[in-house]
Design a protein around this ligand. Structure first.
Ligand code: AMP
Length: 220
């Protein structure tokens, strides 16, 4: 069966740490039946597995900095080259630099538009959210507030190593410094949208779906 171009959803989710990108990306990807590609998850898996890449990335991640473009572009090139992304994907955590954004354009062919959605949330809301965020120590799942064990595998919940206040502030400032250039890069495209992330999960999901539909509608 051939894949209709108009059915292909290639979505990049932008937004600061704690904006709900992961939750929304997972939801959207599941609803559309496409893979969610999270560079943060790929790196955390590599750290946990103790691969060479994981060992190289660990120190940078623990300090809240950015892993080098070459490594990140390599990861994404490999992942988006797999056949399961042919019908589309949701990319989360990438690009974080203009070099990564340019590389992404080079990786993709022009058979479908690249939809870019920025989830906007004020900094004080983010700091509070990140401090209460818990993930599963066994499978990495991000738990909604008020959960005591992992709903996916029953594993114990822990704070992410980089979610303590000092590192959170560093990650937000790294984000603030690099984000404007990325927004400048994408904002003038007619495939760019922004969504208010300071709403319920359902509210953000509805706005995200509407934003994507409004872009893809223009390409039919
Ligand atoms: P995240 O789960 O997206 O917040 O990513 C966690 C950490 O992984 C970040 O603080 C960075 O150290 C690293 N990381 C993830 N994606 C990228 C990327 N595209 N470029 C550079 N570093 C990244």
């Amino acid at each position: 069966m051939s894949v209709e171009t108009n059915d292909v959803v290639r979505l990049v989710m932008l937004g600061p740490p704690g904006a709900g990108k992961g939750t929304q990306a997972e939801r959207f990807a599941r609803a559309r039946g496409v893979p969610r590609v999270s560079t943060g998850d790929i790196l955390r898996e590599a750290v946990q597995a103790g691969t060479e890449m994981g060992r190289a990335a660990r120190e940078v991640m623990d300090a809240g900095g950015l892993v080098g473009d070459e490594i990140m572009i390599g990861i994404v090139t490999e992942r988006l080259g797999r056949p399961d992304t042919r019908a589309g994907f949701v990319l989360e955590g990438f690009p974080r630099t203009v070099a990564q954004a340019k590389a992404l354009d080079g990786i993709l062919d022009d058979t479908a538009p690249l939809v870019v959605v920025d989830i906007e949330v004020a900094e004080d809301v983010l700091v509070k959210r990140l401090q209460i965020r818990r993930i599963c120590s066994a499978c990495g799942w991000t738990a909604p507030p008020g959960t005591s064990v992992c709903a996916k595998c029953g594993g114990p919940l822990v704070q992410r190593r980089d979610d303590n206040e000092a590192i959170v502030r560093e990650r937000l400032s790294v984000y603030a410094r690099s984000t404007q250039a990325i927004l400048d890069f994408y904002q003038r495209r007619d495939t760019f949208r922004s969504v208010d992330g300071d709403q319920t999960e359902e509210g953000v999901a509805a706005d995200l779906a509407a934003a994507v539909a409004s872009v893809l509608g223009g390409f039919r």
